[in-house]
Write a protein that binds this ligand. Sequence first.
Ligand code: SAM
Length: 243
Amino acid sequence: MQRIAVEPQQILDRTIYLNAAQEHYLKRVLRSSVGDRFVAMDGRGQWWEAQLVMGDDGSLLGEIDRQLDVSTELPVSATLFAALPKGSGFDEVVRQTTELGVSRIVPVLSQRTLLNPSPNKLKRWRRIATEAAEQSERQIVPELCEPLSFREAMAAVGETPSYFCVARGTVPHLSAALQTALEGCDAGEIAIFVGPEGGWTTDEVQQAKDTGCQLVSLGRRVLRAVTAPVVALSVVAAVWETR
Ligand code: SAM
């Protein structure tokens, strides 16, 4: 069944008031019509099965049949701090980590980041996250934050258990680090850091250690800056979904 993201304020008395873009998408792109069913998700954890009906003014509305309660979310809230790769590589990072269950994505401007994104980029990434959340049947749309400098990103982690991916060196695998953390306590929230094409600088690695981040590996091969976040989120999902 087709999924669309709606704002909570679009729902009133079991009726979903579709906006022009949603109506266009359902009618013109999906060729849906009155009587067809779809799933509406409010991006904050709630979703409903609804049927398309015709409003008094000829517009399409959604009539809610029932609230759905199957959870597709990871049992842990994972924030990805990813240094921006060059070009449009971040589009894929947003799309694929959303499919894998990331809760929050923070673009990071590290010392070797080549891209300083325009406000339009952020809008584009938010749209991609919404589409990917719909496609992967998630109940929440991950939050896409404003880019932070490396220093701001370090300050933002606070007490959250944080894993800092480094392509070289003898450090534990992320999977082992997460398993060990889970034995000690049931972390409800974690943060993962992934660097840019040129890697982290020595100074950034030192700052991460000083902040209390654990340095981790994603295996013996050097992954591209767009591959590493996907691998990291896959490991997080595997660890939590096989407990
Ligand atoms: N030449 C860079 C270096 O030596 O660090 C390679 C950087 S890599 C293309 C981009 C980022 O992906 C790295 O900063 C790291 O965060 C992550 N990464 C890539 N391969 C990794 C691995 N095997 N283990 C952990 N992190 C990895």
